[in-house]
Design a protein around this ligand. Sequence first.
Ligand code: 5GP
Ligand code: MG
Length: 183
Amino acid sequence: MKQIRLHDTYFSLYISEDQIQERLEQIAQELNQTYLDKQLILVVVLKGAFMVASDLIKKLSIQPEIDFIRVSSYEGEMQSSGKVRNLLGLETDIQDRHVLLIEDIVDTGYTTSYLMEELGKKNPASLQMFSLLYKPANLKKGSPPDYIGFEIPPDFVVGYGMDYAQLGRELKDIYTRVTPPES
Ligand code: 5GP
Ligand code: MG
């Protein structure tokens, strides 16, 4: 099994580039249908979703507008928490517009439930969410994404935009943390 090391931690191949691209093709076709006669605004959550957004967008046949947001968070925080966050960077007026939020991963759901609430306050005509990965066992707040790439167990993953302490974002595949052998 292909393994990589980031900092002091080992990860093994979990979802391949081919699997990701095949799934994104299916999602793109669904979105092409859903938003066929609507002007879609894609709101990409940086940093983690930059790669999946780029690949997904290239597979669409509709012509979306694209904007980017960030969520302020505490540097180096390993575990998700319900702490206060801020939505930064949205430049598009989304009132009465059709909006799709693009995320890399929904874990506890705190981040996306906050973002969906904040975006909802701006009165979009419709508001949906796509997340490449979703950990159903960890969901504590909000709803599951409307479009899901892959449901995964509650393990820590990296690659394809997602980092471990800022490393691993460039990887074409998704890797999962190797559990150290019991001693
Ligand atoms: P939530 O608020 O849903 O608990 O977490 C959302 C954010 O936590 C994601 O956007 C991502 O930045 C980070 N996160 C959650 N799980 C993972 C994971 O397994 N790997 C990485 N790299 N980030 C994760
Ligand atoms: Mg994210």
